[in-house]
Ligand binder design. Structure first.
Ligand code: FAD
Ligand code: NAG
Ligand code: NAG
Ligand code: NAG
Ligand code: NAG
Length: 520
């Protein structure tokens, strides 16, 4: 990683090689058993050059299936109980947190099929940039589909793919989530609300905090991108889409003095599902968010029209709203008398250090389910009109901190709607595995909810990590007028489409048919 060629000459070199390579590109990516799939010897050489870090992992659920090589009656119950835990899927080389993306192909249930379809074939357990580079070069040379997996949390299935070589970034040095080490120093980083995620909004988005990235480009170059070097790549890598422009092997981000948190957990529920005031209540509480946001509140809330009652084992069903709000300054959500009867549970938690607060309030969503979601940034006006039936969530990830953040290099490419928004409204649906009709029904319901959100704020956008992969207007929703520049940079840095995922920049040039990736 020595001196960088000036950006201009890099452009020219890339354009020249693009012209050359376009002339000889195969139509489809190689598949195992096909004529161009790399030989056993080629794989063995890759294994040797990566110091023996090549894996051919079985699906983790195979331990529950008699007849599979890794069948293990004693281990099966352990895997089955760990299936709902995000960390389990993060620590496995191929598993993804949502079954949706492994195509339910090997669940830890003996009665279900175990076909090993949908998982990558070979994995590099990468610990250095060099391992990543070797994987990228191999995939390019042998025309093998390449994917990248970090935690496998992805809601769009981008970290798993059939017939692929996967670079498993979980053990890369410099990519660990340092929260527990950070707090004794009294510092925090901007991250998600779930412990295992390697983006809270007081200080802006995570992309706003990036100072520098070490990247292996699809051409196999190892570069350091920042506001002075590889500026286009630096811009595209901060919001231009995961595993599209390169593989990040190290990142330097700003930290902040750890704040003390003033927080509030609030549940407003009713067991009378006919209560005519449920949505008035939801609308009232949501309507307080705008002023509270301006006073420094951020938080996550969900509302539901019917849910089993967690307090009595589901004997009665409840409807209502729950909320976890964090306030850097004291403000309070004033709840006066409600029309109709609601149970109100309010737990204020004053001035805890950030890390103590975080451990209590982190996301406790369950992994290992089948689900799809959609999202929409809503501006103040649309948010005022926002109160719809079914299930939904409102994340206060926009507002003051995000509007005021100043990213390095003058800009990045997160959705322009994010800067203008007040909240991210979200809708999430789960469905039973291996039931195509149930999946289709969920998708229809989801599209209905998303359309309602779209109509509220037609010119807004969606959060690219929390949408469903068939969002029809994705280019506009994620990037608006920035798409063209992104597509141009993609062609330069990845002329051979070594990296491809859905629905991402350059995505329209390829399609997946019968588990094989082919040019359109
Ligand atoms: C329970 C839960 C809570 C969440 N909460 C939040 C939240 O509070 N705020 C928020 O902003 N988001 C949140 N998310 C969304 C989360 O940010 C996205 O799912 C994100 O894509 C996860 O990234 P990952 O690398 O951990 O996951 P992965 O599934 O491993 O990867 C996601 C994508 O990034 C690519 N990728 C991974 N590593 C690299 C790399 N080193 N270089 C290049 N590409 C790479 C993968 O190929 C894939 O395309 C949440 C998700 C879950 C499941
Ligand atoms: C790679 O090499 C290591 C060490 O020699 C070996 O244990 C491992 O099984 C090999 N991986 C593959 C996929 O052949
Ligand atoms: C991957 O590599 C890490 C670091 O060397 C090691 O601890 C881990 O056991 C490896 N995982 C697998 C599945 O080989
Ligand atoms: C909290 O209050 C202090 C003093 O009034 C002010 O300087 C600071 O900007 C406030 N922080 C937020 C996040 O509103
Ligand atoms: C997913 O599974 C279904 C059958 O359950 C099959 O028809 C489909 O081709 C599979 N998709 C992939 C990508 O393997």
């Amino acid at each position: 990683m020595d001196s960088e060629p000036p950006w201009n000459s890099w452009y020219k070199a890339a354009l020249a090689s693009l012209a050359l390579r376009l002339a000889i590109q195969p139509r489809c990516k190689a598949v195992p058993g096909g004529p161009d799939w790399p030989s056993i010897e080629s794989w063995a050489r890759l294994n040797e050059s990566t110091e023996g870090r090549l894996l051919r992992p079985p699906p983790p659920g195979a331990v529950c299936h008699p007849g599979q090589a890794t069948y293990n009656a004693a281990e099966c119950p352990l895997v089955r109980s760990a299936w709902s835990i995000y960390e389990f899927h993060g620590a496995d080389p191929v598993s993804s947190a949502l079954n949706t993306w492994n195509n339910d192909s090997c669940l830890p249930e003996a009665a279900d099929p175990c076909r090993n379809r949908g998982y990558p074939v070979v994995v590099i357990n990468a610990t250095t940039s060099q391992h990543v580079k070797l994987g990228v070069d191999f995939a390019r040379k042998y025309n093998v589909r390449l994917i990248v997996k970090s935690t496998g949390h992805d809601f769009l299935g981008r970290s798993v793919a059939p017939n692929s070589l996967s670079i498993w970034a979980h053990h890369l040095k410099g990519m660990t989530f340092h929260d527990s080490k950070l707090d004794p120093l009294g510092q925090v980083v901007v991250g998600g609300q779930v412990e295992t995620i390697s983006g809270s909004s007081h200080y802006g988005t995570a992309a706003d905090q990036v100072l520098e990235m070490e990247i292996v480009t699809p051409n196999g170059d190892m570069v350091v991108a920042n506001e002075c070097r590889y500026r286009d790549l630096f811009w595209a890598m901060r919001g231009g889409g995961a595993s599209t422009f390169g593989i990040m092997t190290s990142v330097t981000i700003k930290t902040f003095p750890s704040p003390r948190m003033n927080s509030l957990d609030l549940g407003i529920t009713t067991t009378n599902l006919q209560n005519p005031y449920i949505f008035d209540m939801v609308a009232y509480v949501l309507s307080q968010f705008l002023t509270l946001g301006d006073r420094g509140m951020t938080g996550y809330s969900t509302f539901f029209s019917s849910l089993p009652n967690p307090l009595n084992g589901g004997l009665t069903t409840i409807a209502g709203l729950t909320m976890t709000a964090a306030l850097l300054n004291s403000s309070s959500l004033e709840i006066t008398t409600w029309p109709g009867r609601f149970e109100i549970l309010s737990i204020p938690d004053a001035y805890k250090p950030f890390y103590d607060w975080y451990i209590l309030h982190k996301d406790r969503t369950v992994a290992g389910t089948d689900g799809l979601l959609g999202s929409r940034f809503l501006g103040a006006e649309a948010f005022r009109r926002f109160a719809y039936g079914g299930a939904g969530a409102v994340f206060m990830v926009g507002g003051k901190g995000v509007r005021g953040a100043r990213p390095r290099g003058g800009g990045h490419v997160i959705s322009p709607a994010w800067r203008k928004s007040s909240v991210l409204a979200e809708t999430f649906l789960t469905f039973p595995p291996l039931k195509p009709a149930a999946r289709r029904a969920a998708l229809n319901h989801l599209n209905y909810n998303i359309e309602a959100l779209r109509q509220l704020d037609p010119d807004s956008g969606a959060y690219q990590n929390e949408v469903h992969p068939e969002e029809p207007d994705w280019k506009n929703q994620f990037w608006g007028s920035n798409y063209e520049r992104l597509a141009f940079i993609k062609k330069l840095v990845d002329p051979e489409d070594v990296l491809w995922c859905i629905p991402y920049v350059g995505n329209e040039l390829w399609h997946q048919a019968d588990s094989q990736l082919c040019r359109r």
